[in-house]
Design a protein around this ligand. Structure first.
Ligand code: PLP
Length: 458
C-alpha cells in the first residue's frame, strides 16, 4: 500500500522553540510537575490536547473575513445554523463559546440533587457540570472498554445490560438524560458502533429518557463505523453522520474538536420548550441566541470546518496517523491502548511504570518523563484527573491510569510523529528510573488543571 500523505500543503508555518533537558528540568520543577502550568513556548511537540489546536484551512480563514458581526440576526449565524441543521437534522441550534458552556446550560436546567445522568463515559467537564448541579454521573462502558491492551473494534460502546439495570435501579424518572460520548474521549478515543447507538436509543425510548450525543468527534466516529461496521463501507460520511444524529434528541458539541475551530461550541435539539429555557440561560451567561459568546467570524470558521471534517481523504489521514504512532509503539513493546483511538494515542501508565503505586500517580510521572526527555507535552487521564477521596482521605483510584498524547488536527507531519515515537521508546527503555509524585496543592473540582505536585523522594 502507498503512504497515506497529509492531504494538504502548508502555506503558513509557526516556529518550534528548542530547549535542552537541563532547561526542561528547571521548567518542570517551576511548573510543579503539572503540564498545564508549562508555557507553550517551552514545549517542542505539544500533544496536551486536540482541543482548539487545529490548523485552520485557507477556506476557513477566507470565511472569517465574511464574518457578520451584527449583534442580532447576523448572516454568519444563519450560515452556522443551516450547516448544523443539514449535518445533524436537529432543528434547533444554540451557539456557545465552547462545549462546556453548552453543558453548563443543559445540566443547570436538567440536573439537581437526586438526578442521575447515564453515559458510556462522561468527559471530565461534562461530569463536573453534572456534579456541580448536585446530580450524579454514571459511566456504563462496555467490558472491552475496560481493558486497554485487548483490541476490539468499538471499545467506546455502552454496556446495554448495565444501562437497563441502572435505569431500573435508579428509576427512569430520576434520569433526565442519557449521554453518548462519540468518540469516547476519556475511554481512549474509542468509537461507538451504530448498532450500539441504535441499542441505546431503543432502551431510552422504552423508558422515556432523551438521548443526547456529546458530538465532539462525530466525524472520526463516523469514519470508524465506515471502516469497521458491516453494511457501512459503501455509505458516505455525511450519510452515516445523519443516521447517528437521527437517533438523538439533541447534542452538545465543542467546535474546538471536529470543526477545526480554535473556539466555539453549540447545543442542538428537537425540544422547543427545553431550548427556550436554554436560551434564557444563554442570554445571561453567553450572549444573545444568534451569537452565544462567539464572534460572527468564529461562526463562519465553524460552519466551514464542519463541512471539511467530513472529507474522506482528511479522515483517512487523521485515523491513519494515530494508528501509525500506536503501531510503532506496539512494535517496541510499549504498553498502549489498542487499537488506536481517533484523536489520540494512550499509554497504559500502570503497565509502563509498575513500580509506582497508584497513589503516586504513575500517569503524571510519565507525563513528566516525556517532557524531560523530549519536550513532549501530554496529559494524565487517570487518578489525578478522576480520582476521589474516601472518608479517611485515601485515594479512590480511577478505572485506568492512562497518558494521552492528543494529536492536533492538520498540525504535525509524519517526521514530528516519528520523533514522538523515538522519545517514548527511549523513555520506555529507562522506565525503572522514573519516580512517583505526590500532590502538594489541589482544587476541589477538576484538580488536574491546577494541582501542584512534587517527586515523592523530595
Ligand atoms: C472537549 C470536550 C468537551 C468540552 O468541550 P470544551 O470546548 O473544551 O469546553 C466535552 N466533551 C468531550 C468529549 C470533549 O472532548
Amino acid at each position: 500500500m502507498q503512504t497515506i500523505i497529509e492531504p494538504f500543503r502548508i502555506k503558513s508555518v509557526e516556529p518550534i522553540h528548542f530547549n535542552t533537558p537541563e532547561q526542561r528540568d528547571q521548567i518542570l520543577k517551576k511548573a510543579d510537575y503539572n503540564p498545564f502550568l508549562i508555557k507553550a513556548k517551552d514545549v517542542i511537540i505539544d500533544l496536551l490536547t486536540d482541543s482548539g489546536t487545529s490548523a485552520m484551512s485557507s477556506n476557513q480563514w477566507a470565511a472569517m473575513m465574511q464574518g457578520d458581526e451584527s449583534y442580532a440576526g447576523s448572516e454568519s449565524f444563519f450560515r452556522f445554523e443551516s450547516t448544523i441543521q443539514k449535518i445533524t437534522g436537529l432543528p434547533i441550534v444554540i451557539p456557545t463559546h465552547q462545549g462546556r458552556a453548552a453543558e453548563k446550560i443543559l445540566f443547570s436546567i436538567l440536573g439537581g440533587k437526586g438526578k442521575y445522568f447515564i453515559s458510556n463515559t462522561l468527559f471530565d467537564t461534562t461530569r463536573a457540570n453534572i456534579e456541580f448541579s448536585g446530580a450524579e454521573g454514571i459511566d456504563l462502558i462496555c467490558d472491552e472498554g475496560k481493558h486497554p491492551s485487548i483490541p476490539a473494534p468499538f471499545k467506546g460502546n455502552m454496556n446495554l445490560v448495565s444501562m437497563e439495570q441502572c435505569i431500573l435501579d435508579k428509576g427512569p424518572k430520576q434520569i433526565p438524560l442519557c449521554i453518548l460520548t462519540i468518540t469516547n474521549n476519556s475511554g481512549g478515543g474509542q468509537p461507538v458502533s451504530m448498532e450500539n447507538i441504535r441499542g441505546v436509543k431503543q432502551i431510552c425510548r422504552k423508558y422515556g429518557i432523551p438521548l443526547f450525543i456529546d458530538a465532539c468527534r462525530f466525524a472520526e466516529n463516523a469514519y470508524f463505523i465506515k471502516l469497521r461496521e458491516q453494511g457501512y463501507q459503501q455509505r458516505s460520511i455525511p450519510n452515516i453522520v445523519h443516521e447517528i444524529f437521527g437517533y438523538a434528541d439533541g447534542c452538545t458539541m465543542s467546535a474546538k474538536k471536529d470543526a477545526f475551530a480554535n473556539i466555539g461550541g453549540f447545543l442542538a435539539m428537537h425540544d422547543e420548550s427545553l431550548a427556550q429555557q436554554c436560551r434564557n440561560l444563554l442570554i445571561m451567561t453567553e450572549g444573545f441566541p444568534t451569537y452565544g459568546g462567539l464572534a460572527g467570524r468564529d461562526l463562519e470558521a465553524i460552519a466551514t470546518g464542519l463541512e471539511e471534517v467530513m472529507e474522506e481523504h482528511y479522515l483517512q489521514y487523521r485515523i491513519r496517523s494515530t494508528e501509525y504512532l500506536t503501531n510503532k509503539l506496539i512494535d517496541a513493546g510499549v504498553p498502549v491502548m489498542q487499537p488506536a483511538g481517533g484523536h489520540a494515542v494512550y499509554l497504559d501508565a500502570k503497565a509502563f511504570l509498575p513500580q509506582i503505586p497508584i497513589n503516586q500517580y504513575p500517569g503524571q510521572a510519565l507525563v513528566g518523563a516525556l517532557y524531560l526527555h523530549g519536550g513532549i507535552r501530554s496529559v494524565e487521564i487517570g487518578s489525578l484527573m478522576f480520582g476521589k477521596y474516601d472518608h479517611d482521605h485515601q485515594l479512590i483510584p480511577a478505572a485506568l491510569e492512562l497518558v494521552r498524547l492528543a494529536i492536533p488536527r492538520r498540525v504535525y507531519t509524519q517526521s514530528h510523529i516519528d520523533y514522538v515515537a523515538e522519545v517514548i521508546i527511549e523513555v520506555f527503555q529507562h522506565r525503572d528510573k522514573i519516580k512517583g509524585l505526590k500532590i502538594v496543592e489541589e482544587a476541589p473540582t477538576l484538580r488536574h488543571f491546577t494541582a501542584k505536585l512534587k517527586p515523592v523522594s523530595l
